[in-house]
Design a protein around this ligand. Structure first.
Ligand code: MN
Ligand code: MN
Length: 271
C-alpha cells in the first residue's frame, strides 16, 4: 500500500457522489490502494435511504485537502464543486460523466463517458479489472443510476445505463421499479425544510468567464406543493444572489414521475 487516496464526489452531494465515492474506494482497495471514501457535505434523505437499505455506512466528512493529499474525484471535475484546497492537491484520478472542465499540471487517469451516471462508469471499471461486485456495491451503483436518471426518465439516461441497472438489481436482490420509486420518494419530502434548505438541496455554482450563476434543483411528486411556497423560495433566492453576487439563479422543481419541470429564474441575466 502506498499513500492514502482520498476519494470524494462533489459538494452538496447527491446519491451518485456518495455511492460512487464508496464504490470507487472499494475498487481501489481491491486493487491494493489505500483508498478512503469521503463526503463533502451532508447526506440527503434519498442517499440515506439507499445506504440504510444496503447496510452501508456513511463516509466521513472531508473539510479540505492540501498539497500532501493524493485525491480521486468522482462525479465531478470542476474545482468550484470540489473540496477546499483542491487546486493544491495531487489529483490522481477522475471518474465522471459530466462535461470536462479541467486542467492539471501532472498526468493522471481521467475516465469520463457520456453516460447517465458515474455508477455506470464504475460498473465498467469493476468488469475491466475483474473485481467482483457484492450485493452492497451493486445496490449503491443501482441507487446512483436510479437517482441520476430519475428511474431512467432523464434525457441523459442511455440504453447502457438501463442494461447495467438491470444487472445490478439482480446482484443487489431488489426490484428496480419498486425500490427505485421508494428511494426517490424518500428523497422528495421537503415539508420540514426551510426555503434556504430547499434551494440548497442540490445546487451548483458555476463561474464561467463572463457570468456567475447558480442552478438548483429539487425533485417532487407534486409540483403544486413546491410552488405553494413560491414567494418564500424567491426571497431565499434573492438573498443568495445578493450574498454571492450572482448574475442569475435558476431553481427547478422536477416532477419525477412525469419528467416535467417548472422553474424560477431570478437575476440580472435571468433572461
Ligand atoms: Mn452528482
Ligand atoms: Mn452523477
Amino acid at each position: 500500500m502506498g499513500n492514502k487516496l482520498y476519494v470524494f464526489g462533489h459538494t452538496k452531494p447527491d446519491t451518485d457522489s456518495i455511492a460512487s465515492a464508496i464504490v470507487f474506494a472499494r475498487l481501489q482497495k481491491a486493487l491494493g490502494i489505500d483508498a478512503v471514501a469521503y463526503k463533502l457535505g451532508e447526506v440527503n434523505k434519498e442517499t440515506k435511504y439507499a445506504l440504510k437499505t444496503f447496510e452501508v455506512e456513511e463516509p466521513q466528512t472531508l473539510t479540505s485537502v492540501d498539497e500532501n493529499c493524493e485525491v480521486a474525484l468522482v462525479d465531478h471535475n470542476e474545482f468550484s464543486q470540489s473540496a477546499q484546497g483542491i487546486e493544491k492537491a495531487k489529483i490522481k484520478m477522475v471518474v465522471d460523466h459530466h462535461k470536462i472542465k479541467f486542467e492539471t499540471k501532472e498526468p493522471m487517469y481521467f475516465i469520463a463517458e457520456p453516460l447517465g451516471c458515474t455508477g455506470t462508469v464504475l460498473y465498467k471499471l469493476y468488469k475491466q479489472n475483474g473485481v467482483d461486485i457484492d450485493s452492497q456495491m451493486a445496490g449503491l451503483m443501482l441507487s446512483a443510476i436510479i437517482s441520476d436518471t430519475l428511474l431512467f426518465k432523464s434525457p441523459t439516461c442511455t440504453e447502457f445505463d438501463k442494461e447495467v441497472a438491470t444487472k445490478l438489481a439482480s446482484l443487489a436482490g431488489v426490484d428496480v421499479e419498486s425500490y427505485g420509486k421508494e428511494m426517490l420518494k424518500a428523497g422528495t419530502d421537503i415539508s420540514e425544510f426551510t426555503p434556504f434548505q430547499v434551494i440548497n438541496m442540490d445546487s451548483k455554482e458555476f463561474d464561467d468567464e463572463h457570468i456567475k450563476f447558480e442552478i438548483s434543483q429539487v425533485n417532487a411528486i407534486d409540483l403544486n406543493s413546491v410552488f405553494s411556497r413560491q414567494s418564500e423560495l424567491e426571497d431565499a433566492i434573492n438573498k443568495e444572489i445578493k450574498e454571492k453576487n450572482l448574475d442569475f439563479y435558476m431553481f427547478a422543481a422536477t416532477d419525477i414521475l412525469n419528467a416535467n419541470s417548472k422553474i424560477i429564474a431570478i437575476g440580472n441575466k435571468a433572461d
